[in-house]
Design a protein around this ligand. Structure first.
Ligand code: HC0
Ligand code: SF4
Length: 573
């Protein structure tokens, strides 16, 4: 431990701390901009500078190590002046159309301008007017708003280990973009949106599809239905000032009804359906010597990653469509028949915590009987915008439930939204099928947790299932490399493209670097889903009475011919 003085206060911290960490541990706030804990610690923006007694120049506290006896000032006139000049220079070049920016009131640059009391910008900066890259169905890049903090670059490269965006050119011409001036749509970007979550300003954002939803809702010819992904309920409340990890399932259903959707469904129902189909596929591959490991295919970021970077594993992917795509296919077949509605008049909107789902929905592999399974995907953030635009007082809404005939889902369905959840949900069903007995404990703690890779061996009915769970593509790569080298063997693997799984998807509410420092966001949102699971009257997919009904009335049995036509696909790219 070392003891230093910060703003006259003695602070004792571990010797490996930076000055920024030491100050924060003593509740002394130093502003930052490019800093993102464990991801982008490069000391580039110089917003976090401090004065160290005896040092020649001001130092970036996010990279400067503590030392015994040093005296630090975080708030001297020299520090305040230097920070202001730095910020004024950034602002002088920035496209300051805050009022119409998607990040208005949730922008770290705006927040800093306010905190540092910037009231005018004395520099005549050179403003860029470059074209916006909006060719991707998921990710929009506005170079005019980029402040070159590199948080997105580090996230794409170091967290996801993909690296399709980087800094090009030098000096004033520096840009953050894909190589060779290509669109983000022309490089092997997986649409995970983790770069959007890292962006402090409005330079990276999702493709906004809210207008398409408003247009459908206003069309009297269309029967417009909506479904919500498991993880949305764990985060939507944050957009309305609720604490991180607040569960808003009931209010969310109520808000969607007030927006004018004809029916409000839960993707959790289709998650249960996925378990029936994927569980059967696993048992079949185990029994009949099929390709193992079976790898989940419900995360479209992961599927695209597999296509680009590990195509040798494409045949390992489950042939199951992802739950929301299955839901779309069921809505345009079973539900259409049951309700006597022309499938071409059914418009399916998916609310997802994910930007890659926008890409997924337009894949030709994900259609049945000539209709795309899902018509539009909007993110949690876009739904919040629609609720605000409609003037709905979200906080005052009552709790409402989902609509029938697909309104029942289980605890197994809801935990899909957190890493390890699909595995656990599958094990609850597969283990009971293998043993023919009811499980004593349905909570598979061995596959829970936020570590990048978790492995377990599960014995059931004389069969041992070797399971692995990976979240984030960097961890997926590490796991797949171990399998490729012959070092390890698994029967069943769950992979989610985003670190933590869907709760931390690229379409979730964006939190500041400070919030990411203060709170374990993934853990809080995960808790919400595990609590919802515990509160559910039914917690195993195969016990869902509406799942039994859809097999009895329509699909026959899992992996039947009809099920294959509607609920399965094949990725070959
Ligand atoms: Fe997920 Fe899903 S769990 S991918 O994260 O499997 O996006 O929440 O909706 O489809 O159910 C996202 C979340 C889903 C799907 C489900 C799966
Ligand atoms: Fe990288 Fe994901 Fe952003 Fe694409 S969406 S640039 S893969 S972080």
């Amino acid at each position: 431990m070392v003891t230093l003085t910060i703003d006259g206060q003695k602070v004792t911290v571990p010797a490996y701390y930076t000055i920024l960490e030491a100050a924060r541990s003593a509740n002394i706030r130093i502003p930052t901009l490019c800093f993102l804990k464990d991801i982008n610690e490069i000391g580039a923006c110089r917003m976090c500078i401090v004065e160290i007694k005896g040092a020649k120049a001001l130092q970036a506290s996010c990279v400067y190590p503590v030392a015994d006896g040093i005296e630090v000032s975080t708030n001297s006139p020299a520090v305040r002046d230097a920070r202001k000049v730095t910020l004024e220079l950034i602002l002088s070049n920035h496209d300051r159309s805050c009022l119409t920016c998607v990040r208005n009131r949730n922008c770290e640059l705006q927040q800093l301008a306010d905190e540092l009391n910037i009231k005018e910008i004395p520099f005549e900066g050179e403003r860029l007017t470059l074209p916006i890259d909006d060719l991707s169905p998921a990710i929009v890049r506005d170079p005019n708003k980029c402040i070159l903090c590199r948080r997105c670059i580090s996230t794409c490269r170091n967290v996801q280990e993909i690296g399709v965006i980087g800094a090009t050119e030098r000096g004033f011409n520096t840009m953050v973009e894909p190589p060779f001036k290509m669109s983000i749509n022309q490089v092997p970007c997986i649409n995970c949106g983790q770069c959007i979550e890292a962006c402090p300003v409005g330079a990276l954002r999702e493709k906004d599809d809210t207008e398409r939803v408003w247009t459908a809702l206003a069309d009297p010819e269309l029967h417009v239905v909506v479904q919500t992904a498991p993880a949305v309920r764990a985060a939507l409340g944050e957009e309305f000032g609720m604490p991180i990890g607040t569960r808003v399932t009931g209010k969310m259903a109520a808000a969607l009804r007030r927006l004018g959707f004809d029916k409000v469904f839960d993707t959790d129902f289709a998650a249960d359906l996925t378990i029936m189909e994927e569980g059967t596929e696993l048992l079949d591959r185990l029994k009949n010597g099929g390709k193992l490991p079976l790898i989940t295919s419900c995360s479209p970021g992961w599927v695209k990653y597999c296509e680009h970077y590990y195509p040798e594993f494409l045949d390992n992917l489950s042939s199951c469509k992802s739950p929301h795509e299955m839901m779309g296919a069921v809505l345009k077949s079973y539900y259409a028949q049951k309700m006597n509605i022309d499938p071409s008049k059914i418009f399916v909107v998916s609310v997802m915590p994910c930007t890659a789902k926008k890409f997924e929905a337009q894949r030709p592999e994900l259609a049945a009987n000539g209709h795309p399974d899902v018509d539009v995907v909007i993110t949690t953030r876009e739904l919040a915008r629609m609720i605000k635009e409609a003037g709905i007082n979200f906080l005052a809404l009552p709790d409402e439930s989902f609509d029938d005939p697909l309104g029942i889902s289980t605890g197994a369905g809801v935990i899909f939204g957190v890493t390890g959840g699909v595995m656990e949900a599958a094990l609850r069903t597969v283990a009971e099928i293998l043993t023919g007995e009811e499980l004593e404990n349905i909570e598979f703690g061995v596959v829970r947790g936020l570590e990048g890779i978790r492995t377990a061996s599960i014995d059931a009915g004389g069969v041992t299932i070797k399971a692995a769970v990976a979240n984030g593509t960097a961890n997926a790569a590490a796991l797949l490399d171990r399998i490729k080298s012959g070092q390890e063997h698994y029967d069943f693997i769950e992979i989610m493209g985003c670190p933590g799984g869907c709760i931390n998807g690229g379409g979730q509410p964006i939190l500041t670097a400070q919030q990411r420092w203060d709170i374990d966001i993934k853990a809080e949102r995960a808790k919400a889903l595990y609590q919802e699971d515990r509160d559910m009257p039914i917690r195993k997919s195969h016990e869902n009475p509406q799942i039994k009904a859809i097999y009895n009335e329509f699909l026959g049995k899992p992996n039947s011919h009809t099920a294959h036509e509607l609920l399965h696909t094949h990725y070959t790219e």
